[in-house]
Design a protein around this ligand. Structure first.
Ligand code: GRF
Length: 203
């Protein structure tokens, strides 16, 4: 399976994917890592792994739709069959993403549908939740609102602060995302009529 990844930041989830691939556990080819930030750690990781990279600056485009259109032109040209958002911190234009629905996934650090958007760890702590987690979901036009494929769930410990919770969860994200990509690469997951199917059965 040909996979493109978009990331804005340090890229630890990308690193987890690249490492799973290097261990022979992920039957995919990474065809592009794209970013909206030229200084993203994710781009350096991709270069080190000999994956083609692309950095486009939103400042060079008149509006979000124009930027997204340009970015997705490159994604299309890369030949990607699956697009993974791994810490891509931008809302994607609905018309641009529409053709990718069912072929684009995102990892989000909350137990969706709880805490869409930013500051998820802080919000879970402020709410006094006993549990927190991460979700991988198909991307739709609704921000962090697409059908959930899989979740990792952890207990919130007394004394957890935002930082501790985030870093403990991250280790689970690094297993969750490669596991989902592996299932997709094996043809075991599909999105049909807004529902997720695993091995032909609705989740
Ligand atoms: C992760 O917490 C991910 O869930 C969220 O953004 C963060 C990206 O971290 N969408 P990294 O760049 O993969 O290290």
């Amino acid at each position: 399976l040909r996979v493109a990844v978009l990331a804005s930041g340090r890229g630890s989830n990308l690193a987890a994917l690249l490492e799973a691939r290097a261990r022979g556990e992920l039957p995919v080819e990474f065809v592009l890592v794209g970013s909206d930030r030229a200084d993203a750690g994710a781009l350096a990781l991709a270069r080190a792994a000999d994956v083609p990279t692309l950095a486009l600056s939103p400042r060079d485009y008149p509006d979000r739709a124009a930027f997204d259109h340009a970015l997705f032109e490159h994604v299309g040209q890369s030949g990607a069959e699956l697009l993974v958002l791994a810490g891509f911190m931008r809302i994607i234009d609905g018309a641009t993403l529409a053709p990718w629905v069912g072929r684009m996934i995102n990892i989000h650090p909350s137990l969706l549908p709880k805490y869409r958007g930013l500051h998820t760890h802080r919000r879970a702590l402020a709410a006094g939740d006993a549990e927190h987690g991460a979700s991988v979901h198909y991307v739709t036009a609704e921000l962090d609102g697409g059908p959930v494929i899989a979740q990792a769930r952890i207990a919130i410990a007394t004394g957890d602060d935002e930082q501790a919770l985030a870093s403990r969860l991250l280790a689970y994200e690094h297993r969750l995302l490669p596991a989902v990509v592996s299932h997709i690469a094996q043809g075991r997951l599909a999105l049909r009529d807004g529902r997720v199917y695993l091995d032909g059965l609705p989740l």
